[in-house]
Write a new protein. Structure first.
Length: 575
């Protein structure tokens, strides 16, 4: 249902955060960009309002207006209130006082939100001292209390550590602790779980839910993950090109969407348990390999260690054995630190193994000279998680895709151009992007370029490390459909690393589950994802959210029951 009209007076009068006829335009050298078009929203105390939509729809711009953080070229009209305060009427000093005290932000990437050269304790006490809440030893004691509140073990020790010494999930908890340190009326959570594993994500959502109930804080949740929406939201607002096209309760919007765009978003969400064939994808069965054929990748008793100054080596991968057949997709899943990316890098010859063997088509990087290893790499393609950092920003798209041909001295200028056009067609990009640069493309388009580049040399083995985790659901759906079509066409073997179990369910022939560098379970997709034998796999599956509120509530309760049965202490999240 449309929400172009202002919110009712009684709704905004009690709201901890409200936007009335909010309109935002940016003046650029190319003209005016109309980012937000007269929207009205209100967040009530103790309520979670989810703002969903694709990148560029105006979600983050809307949230930044509440903090007064838009750049100088922004022209803002309408009324924004935090509690009884009108944001537009505040000067710089008033804005600084409001931030933290009344409204706080939980950013998407905690490593960039935290200062790497300050201890956790310093960063927590800074907010308390700036707002005059506590000083000195009292501030440090409050910092320890906050870390304990967000479920970080040994908080007295953690306050002395630096951000790089904490895991991704622990850093996100620290950011949440900073957000609640001044007891704000409302928290804006901008994609707070995007880069987290399913179990860590579930813990963070449990934490936000318990803090919301305890402190009666309103939460504006910005996300493109419909499972997170189903798990957290009381109400949902759907944004498209700066306008709100539908609002309602989470149950109404997710189970009975009215707008075509909402239906498209929900139809793009991969669902755990549905198997191949979702979203128009198809997975070709892998037949028996001819006798004598070597697998695309074979790991035998693989051991990888990292040396540490003054400490024993850290064993990142311990006795791992599995194979990837030609034309087969093997999904590798597990929490952060389980060894997934380390194994992928070792398969590419970027990290040496201290034990066991890595064999690619029957040969090993360890047994080759430089010329031979270069020839072997010609048969391997790689797709990285972040296309923005893996593509050279100074090269146009055509040169980026053709670069492997140039490096391996294949073809002439004319044949390379023909190959680039062929790959652009294969990944469904218009040919006119050939002269554009990576920053001129969207995230989904850049990922398509990464996949095209990985397929330039017609590889027989593809290593894909979290290739869709940062994409919007609709973009992810089209990239995955394209990926399966390409795999069926080129028949490459593939190691697909992901923490999204629904994506693995949609793509993989076989699944390998890692925990702390060891394989806890492996088998066919049906065996591992539908009938798991190991407790750790069951816990991973229980933590994966689904985009249906009622089902997600049942899954959350079942997960808590399972954790209790397994002896995990979840009570700290609710104390």
């Amino acid at each position: 249902m449309s929400t172009s009209a202002p919110a009712p007076v009684d709704a905004t009068s009690t709201a901890v955060l409200s936007f009335t006829d909010l309109d935002v335009k940016f003046g650029t050298e190319f003209g005016t960009v109309h980012a937000v078009k007269g929207i009205s929203l209100a967040v009530q105390p103790g309520e979670v309002l989810a703002l969903v939509g694709e990148s560029g729809s105006g979600k983050s711009v809307t949230s930044m207006t509440a903090l007064g953080l838009l750049p100088k070229n922004a022209r803002v009209s309408g009324r924004i209130t935090v509690g009884d305060t009108v944001v537009g009427e505040l000067d710089d000093r008033g804005l600084r006082r409001m931030r933290g005290n009344d409204v706080a932000m939980v950013f998407q990437e905690p490593m960039t939100a935290l200062n790497p050269v300050l201890t956790i304790g310093s960063q927590l006490t800074e907010a308390l001292e700036l707002h005059g809440i506590a000083f000195g030893k009292k501030a440090l004691a409050r910092a320890v209390e906050l870390l304990r509140m967000v479920g970080i073990p040994e908080p007295e020790r953690r306050v002395k550590q630096f951000p790089h010494e904490l895991s991704g999930g622990q850093r996100q908890r620290v950011v949440i602790a900073m957000a609640i340190s001044c007891d704000p009326k409302v928290i804006i959570a901008d994609e707070p779980t995007t880069a987290l594993d399913v179990t860590v994500q579930a813990d963070i959502l449990d934490l936000l839910r318990s803090l919301k109930d305890k402190l009666n804080t309103g939460i504006l949740l910005i996300t493109h993950n419909m499972g997170v929406v189903a798990d957290m939201a009381d109400r949902v607002a759907v944004m498209l090109k700066g306008s709100i096209v539908e609002t309602g309760t989470a149950d109404a919007v997710l189970n009975h969407p009215q707008h075509e765009y909402t239906k498209k978003l929900l139809g793009s969400v991969p669902r755990l348990g549905s198997g191949p064939g979702q979203l128009g994808t198809s997975v070709t069965e892998v037949g028996e390999a001819p006798e004598g054929d070597k697998p695309a990748l074979e790991l035998k008793n693989l051991v990888i260690e990292y040396q540490r100054l003054g400490k024993p080596p850290f064993r990142a991968v311990d006795d791992v054995t599995f194979t990837v057949g030609s034309g087969e997709i093997v999904g590798v899943v597990g929490e952060s630190g389980s060894g997934k990316s380390t194994i992928a890098r070792c398969a590419l010859g970027l990290i040496p193994a201290v034990g066991g063997s890595v064999s690619i088509f029957g040969t090993s990087f360890a047994e080759m000279n430089r010329k031979q290893s270069k020839a072997l790499r010609k048969r391997i393609g790689v797709v990285f998680q972040d296309p923005a950092s893996s593509l050279n920003p100074r090269f146009p798209i055509g040169d980026l895709i053709a670069e492997p041909l140039v490096v391996h001295k294949i073809g002439d200028k004319k044949s390379r151009l023909a190959k680039v056009y062929e790959l652009l067609d294969a990944v469904e990009l218009p040919r006119d992007v050939i002269n554009r640069y990576p920053h001129e493309l969207s995230g989904g388009q850049r990922q398509r370029v990464s996949i095209a580049r990985a397929l330039t040399l017609d590889p027989e083995l593809l290593v894909a490390d979290e290739p869709t985790s940062a994409l919007d659901v609709s973009v992810q759906a089209s990239v995955l459909a394209m990926f399966t079509a390409l795999q069926e066409r080129y028949r490459f073997g593939c190691v697909f690393v992901s923490h999204d179990l629904a994506v693995i369910d949609m793509l993989a022939h076989r699944v390998v589950v890692l925990q702390n560098g060891k394989i806890v379970e492996q088998g066919t997709r049906e065996e591992v994802l539908l009938n798991p034998r190991e407790e750790y796999t069951r816990r991973l599956l229980a933590a994966a959210p689904v985009p249906e509120p009622g089902e997600q509530r049942r899954r959350r309760e079942a997960r808590h029951t399972l954790l209790t049965e397994l002896g995990d202490d979840i009570t700290e999240l609710h104390t």
